[in-house]
Ligand binder design. Structure first.
Ligand code: PMP
Length: 421
């Protein structure tokens, strides 16, 4: 059983939980919510909800449009959020932070803009077998448009990238390596620094999908020397509908705009247009104004708790989850040991029975919210010869008690299932 929650990690979930109204919700059947589906989306603290309400009540107008006072205020708040994201990533300049609608939109922006301009027939795009569909499909579409070839770094039985294969597959034909920093199924933390250094030596650009890493682990785009980084606000306590693309300045400046419309232009005539400077060039139309401001509030909150403390707390929970789920015996956790992963634990019962969907449904009756299915990573599931896994994923407000409840509920699931069959 658990001790007092994570005293040694320097983070106090009971205090933190008080900031998240939804976590005190009592569900159908009178059970409290144990929210363990953070890799899908996280919950928001009152501070973020208040920032959203306050913006609509006090500061709302369109950005970069008005001459009027209110528009200036909204623009200031929107640009302050961009600066907060810059600081989070240690990016050289705020113009290199593009607000998009999410990680998916950020990756598609690069595939359409940089990809169409720089990738041709016979060029190679190197992905991995553990990518989310968001980092597979846009490149497959690019290959269909251009005649490029897509290759994939295999994943070992332990659930890590086969780096010898990466070395073999990387060549002077590789134009881009697109890789997730953390697998959304296995939790594996990939060796991004090594991948970027090797890709650059081969003359390739690198896009890192940071959807599962930026909310949990320190990110330094300059230390990584990464070309593009994509992530979503809703997986780090921000509102849905806002995401970020970081890009190297020379690349962003050389890329054509993706979407055309208002804001992204300097001048328009009936015969043509001249694009605006960064970051406006890639922010066509009215951007996700309030969501971006809400993301800024989420980053303030994260900063207040301390990202290092969050990482340590999650490591503690992940280790603990491996320990208590391991005691169930007939349950297989996919991916490497806890020291090599982030806060994601995906599992199947031996023989894949009960099925992940049944597990999730039965856990729901105990108030335990987990995800079941292929988690938008069908090729990875095929590689592990399962069509679905159950996934528990943690964030700063989760506790060891919730993991105990998960384990107890899984025991019950097993008993119910055995009685049935
Ligand atoms: N990449 C990874 C690794 C993810 O986990 C997700 C979200 N599940 C995405 C990309 C896509 O993020 P979004 O749906 O917010 O665009």
């Amino acid at each position: 059983m658990s001790e007092a929650p994570c005293r040694h990690t320097g983070l106090e979930p009971p205090t933190i939980r008080g900031d998240f109204p939804i976590l005190s919700k009592v569900l159908h059947g009178g059970v409290p919510l144990a929210y363990l589906d953070n890799a899908a989306t996280t919950q928001r603290p009152r501070q973020v909800i208040q920032a959203i309400v306050e913006t609509y009540e006090q500061h709302y107008a369109n950005v970069h449009r008005g001459i009027h006072w209110l528009s200036d205020q909204t623009t200031d708040l929107y640009e302050q959020s961009r600066e907060k994201v810059r600081a989070l990533l240690n990016a050289p300049a705020p113009e290199q932070i593009i607000f998009t609608h999410g990680a998916t939109a950020s990756i598609n922006l690069v595939a359409r803009s940089w990809g169409d301009a720089n990738v041709g027939r016979g060029d190679e795009i190197l992905l991995t077998e553990m990518e989310h569909h968001s980092n597979l499909v846009p490149w497959r579409q690019l290959a269909e448009r251009t005649g490029a070839i897509v290759r994939h770094v295999p994943v070992t039985d332990r659930g890590v990238l086969e780096m010898e294969a990466f070395d073999r597959l990387l060549s002077d034909r590789t134009r881009l390596v697109a890789v997730t920093a953390v697998s959304n199924v296995l939790g594996t933390i990939n060796p991004i620094g090594e991948i970027i250094a090797k890709a650059h030596r081969a003359g390739a650009c690198v896009l890192v999908d940071g959807a599962q890493s930026v909310p949990h682990l320190k990110t330094d785009v300059q230390a990584w020397n990464v070309d593009f980084l994509a992530f979503s606000g809703h997986k780090m306590m921000g509102p849905s509908g806002v995401g970020v693309l970081y890009g190297r300045r020379e690349l962003l400046e050389s890329m054509p705009p993706f979407l055309g419309g208002g804001s992204m232009i300097r001048r328009v005539t009936l015969d043509g247009f001249e694009p605006a400077d960064l970051p406006a060039k890639f922010e066509a139309g009215t951007p996700p104004i309030v969501s971006a401001i809400g993301l800024g509030a989420a980053l303030d909150y994260l900063d207040g708790v301390g990202l290092d403390a969050v990482t340590r707390h999650e490591q503690d929970l992940t280790r603990y989850a491996h320990e208590v789920l391991g005691e169930l015996g007939d349950l297989r956790i996919l991916g490497p040991p806890p020291e090599e992963k982030s806060a994601i634990v995906s599992f199947v019962f031996d023989g894949n029975r009960p099925h992940a969907h049944d597990i999730a449904q039965l856990l729901d009756r105990q108030g335990v919210a987990i995800r079941a299915g292929h988690h938008c990573a069908m090729p990875l599931h095929k590689r592990f010869r399962v069509n679905a896994t159950a996934r528990a994923s943690f964030y700063l407000y989760n506790t060891r008690e919730e993991i105990d409840l998960l384990a107890r509920s899984l025991q019950q699931v097993r008993q119910v299932f055995r009685r049935r069959t």
